[in-house]
Structure formats: C-alpha cells, structure tokens
Ligand binder design. Structure first.
Ligand code: FES
Length: 523
C-alpha cells in the first residue's frame, strides 16, 4: 500500500537525497541516474546514517563508516554483509509515493534465517544477533534460530556433538530465568555462536542417509563396531516412527557408558542433549541424535590407555558384594589402580554412598589442583592438564547419575569411571593449597552471583564460558536434589576456586617446547 511523501520528484532530483520520517523509521530517498530509490537510512551494519554515504557509479551507495556498499535497487550488500531494506516507489503526478508495508512474516523469517546461515559460516556473532533480532521482530521465537543453526551446521561437526550441543540446554535454562529482555536474548545467542565457533572453516562431513528399523541391539553393535552409517540408519528409524529421546535414553546411556568414552564427554552430551531436545519441544531431535551417534562412534575409548587399563578388569570383578563402608577420605590420594580396587571393596554398598565418596574426592582434587600444572611450559605432553580435567569429574558424575536413573544396571560402570577421574587427577594436586579461603557460606547467594556473571562473561572461547555454566548448573542441580550430601561444602568451595582463579589458556611456549622435543626424537 503506497502512501504520499509530500516530496516531489523534481525537488528530489534538485537536491539528490532527502531523509523523511514515517512510523518511527528514517527513510532515505535518492534520485540517481534518472530513477528514484527509497532505502532505510540506518545502515544495517551498525546503524549509522546512509544519508551521509557516498554515491558511486551504477547506483551504488557506500556507507562511509566501514565501507559497506549497497545496490540501491535491490538493497544487496555488494561489500559487507546484511542487505539494506528497500521500499517500493511510485511517482504519481510528480509526487513520490512509497510502499512502507512490511514483507510477509514468512518472507522475513526466511531472509533472517538465510542471513543467519551466512553469519554462522562467517563466525560473525554480531550478525547472528541481528538476524535473531530480525526473526523476533517478524514474530518468531529467537530460539528458532538455534534450531536452524543446529540443523544447518550438523554435518560440519566432524566428530559429532561438541560442548556447543552439551551446553545449549543450560543456556536455554539461563534464558528462561533471565532478568531482562537483553539477557534472555544473549543466552540464546551464546550456543548459536558456540556452534559457529566449533564449525569455523569446517567442510561438510555428510551423514549417510539410509534409515533402518530401530533395533537397540543392532544400534549398540554398530556403535561398538564404529559403523557410523549403520548406527545412524537405526537412529533415523527411531526418530521416523516417533520413538522419543527419553524412550531411547536407556540405550543411549549404555552407548555413552560402555566405554570410558571421550573422558566422560559422551555421557555429558547424552544427558544434556536430551534436555535440549525437550527445551526445543522436540525440534532438532534428528540432527542432535545423529550428531550424538557420530560422537559415540568416534569417541576415544580411554580405558585402552595404559593408565586406565585396569578398568576392564575391575568391571569384570564387580560382584556387588564388597561391603566396606566408604567416605571421600578413603579415595583421596589413591592412584587409578588403587582407587578401582577400593571402589570394588564397596561394590555392595548403596550406589549413592560410593557416589558421594567419589564426589567428595573429586571436590578435594578440584580444590587442590596444583596451578603449576595449569601454567607449566616445560612439562611432558602427558601432563598437559587443565581445570577442565578436574571440573569434568563433577559434570560427568551428574550425567552418569542421570543415566543410571534410567538404567540402574549401569551403576558399576558409572562409579568405576568416576573413580578413573579421581585417580588420574591425584597426580596434579597440592595438598598444601589454602582450601579454606574458598569456603562458601551462603550457597544460594554464591550460585546466584556466579550464574549472573554468565550473561556478560567476556570470555573469548565459548568452551570456557560453557564450562563455567555447565559446572554451575551441575552443582546447582546436585545440591537441589541432595542438599545434605557430604560433599556439598567441599564442592561449593572447589567450584568457587575454579571460577575465581584466572585461567591460562594460551600455551605458546609449551607448544613450542613440546614440538621441538618431539621432532628432535622423531627420527
Ligand atoms: S555502519 Fe555502515 S558500514 Fe558500518
């Protein structure tokens, strides 16, 4: 629907350009090469006025702030990214009329999602935010952008699910609890930006597109045999006939825990992806299930490493008859073999008792992580340990406990794998650490304060921000469910320490020294 502007074509031609205001919008009219153009005056990049721009040959307008160049006829950015909005123009009796009506909502949605795809491939977070905002302005949920990003980038994840999937549900929970519209929006943007980061520059690694009838045994056998195409076919079959993710949980949980898979990451992803699918009302179920399946297939089976090799024997020896009561102190300081043996001695105790003791020992390790290892530049590659090696003892435990609620028969694996974390990390602790300074007196205030920082964390690497979130979420939920757990105070103090000691994340000197040493011995 066209409306009058009270600007005549001859007047515009005489002046060259004019800005008018309608419905809170600024519209730039330009007369150029015998034609009249109408575009939004705010540059789609950062909003500076295009009326200050420079016209070039071929009906091109340059925004002088960052040199984006727009085709006045189509709005396309010839240099730059987002297109500028154009308006329909008619000349009636010498007066300029404009069509200011918005395009249909679906068209706006499609444009925003197309723009989002470009932003994802560019790893351009500011444009992702703009396209999400455009999606919302058109009347759609911002989290639809997350659904779209998951599907669009899925086959660029070479090893399947990453922490971007693993933390997305926690971000959405944070979004739901956000105090302002901006923080709500931020917490949806974070997992989208994380996905872009994780797939930056990656080619496609397509999934086989066959589908086969869901068969739990065949699925597990395919995962075990590292046959991605077959495993993927079965998971597609499950999704196609409407078998829900929670119905699959006992099987997925087994796939996650059958090995000490990716240092426990498979279990964390399995649980968190289930929550993500629920928070997205089932949308993105198939791509997330495919990515998780790929992650299972490609997961390193850490128990094959020499330091964890006793795990298989311990699992085989688990008879549920060990009746030694156990506390955290019984585990602290034991090496991998010793802690597995000590766990077996309590195999007949209630699972929660052994769990609590291992959580306590994991908390002690985190509270006493020797920072010299975190910053060392002259260590062996095998001793490249970081805070995240310690925090996973908590996030894995939370995931393992959730899986075992679906499948109690997996408790021996869950507990023995928790023991692996504790035994492995005991080499990197310092008993003299001043643990008392990290004591938390008011748990609720601590959790609320630290969680609030996540809306504006200021951390470049998404993996670090998402670990802060995942650790806080796991702690919060564990304390909610078992407020009197014996490890509660120690774990709060440990997480407080993790969150409040600066983390060295760039190891140039370490990498150089290790590479020189390695190549010198390469032969
Ligand atoms: S604001 Fe126009 S190019 Fe940056």
């Amino acid at each position: 629907m066209f409306s009058a502007t009270r600007v005549t074509e001859s007047d515009l031609k005489a002046k060259g350009r004019k800005v008018i205001r309608r419905d809170g919008k600024q519209i730039l009219l330009l007369a150029r090469e015998g034609r009249v153009f109408a575009i939004a005056n705010r540059c789609p990049h950062e909003g500076y006025p295009l009326s200050e721009g420079t016209e070039g040959p071929g009906c091109v307008l340059t925004c002088n702030w960052h040199n984006w160049k727009f085709d006045l006829a189509t709005g396309e950015a010839l240099v730059g990214r987002d297109p500028v909005r154009t308006y329909g123009v008619e000349i009636r009796d010498g007066e300029i009329f404009l069509d200011l009506s918005d395009p249909p909502a679906q068209m706006q949605r499609e444009r925003a999602l197309k723009g989002l795809e470009a932003a994802l491939l560019d790893n351009d977070m500011t444009r992702m935010a703009r396209e999400m905002a455009r999606l919302e302005r058109a009347g759609f949920e911002a989290r639809e952008a997350l659904v779209h990003a998951i599907g669009f980038l899925n086959d660029r994840l070479e090893n399947g699910s990453t922490h971007a999937h693993g933390a997305a549900a926690n971000w959405l929970a944070l979004s739901d609890a956000a105090p302002t519209p901006q923080t709500r929006f931020t917490a949806i943007l974070e997992p989208i930006a994380h996905l872009a980061w994780d797939t930056m520059g990656a080619p496609r690694f397509p999934y086989a597109d066959e589908s086969a009838e869901w068969d739990a045994k065949a699925y597990l056998a395919a995962v075990e045999g590292e046959n991605e195409a077959k495993a993927v076919a079965h998971i597609r079959g499950a999704v196609a006939v409407g078998i829900s993710y929670s119905e699959l949980m006992p099987v997925l949980g087994e796939a996650a825990l059958v090995h000490y898979a990716d240092f426990g990451h498979s279990a964390i992803y399995t649980v968190n992806i289930g929550e993500l699918i629920a928070r997205l009302d089932g949308r993105a179920y198939e791509p997330l299930a495919l990515a998780l399946t790929r992650a299972f297939v490609r997961a390193t089976r850490e128990e094959r490493l020499p330091e964890f090799r006793f795990y298989d024997k311990a699992l085989a020896a688990w008879n549920g008859k060990g009746d030694a009561p156990v506390r955290a102190e019984d585990f602290i300081g034991l090496n991998v073999d010793a802690i597995l043996k000590r766990t077996l001695e309590s195999s007949g105790r209630p699972a929660h008792e052994v769990y609590d003791a291992l959580m306590g020992a994991g908390a002690w390790n985190l509270l006493h992580f020797d920072l010299a290892f975190a910053s060392a530049a002259d260590n062996a590659i095998a001793d490249n340990v970081s805070w995240l090696d310690f925090t996973h003892a908590l996030t894995f435990a939370r995931a393992a406990r959730t899986i075992c609620a679906h499948r109690p028969g997996l408790w021996p694996r869950a507990l023995l794998q928790m023991a692996l974390f504790v035994g492995r990390n005991r080499k990197y602790v310092r008993a003299e650490e001043d643990a008392a300074r990290w004591r938390v007196d008011d748990r609720a205030a601590f959790l609320a304060r630290e969680t609030a920082t996540l809306y504006d964390h200021g951390i470049v690497e998404p993996i670090i921000a998402c670990h802060r979130l995942k650790v806080l979420t796991a702690l919060n939920r564990e304390l909610d469910e078992t407020p009197d757990a014996p490890w509660g105070d120690a774990m709060c103090a440990a997480v407080n320490r993790f969150l409040n000691i600066p983390m060295k994340r760039h190891h140039g000197l370490r990498s150089a020294a290790q590479a020189l040493d390695f190549i010198a011995k390469e032969g």
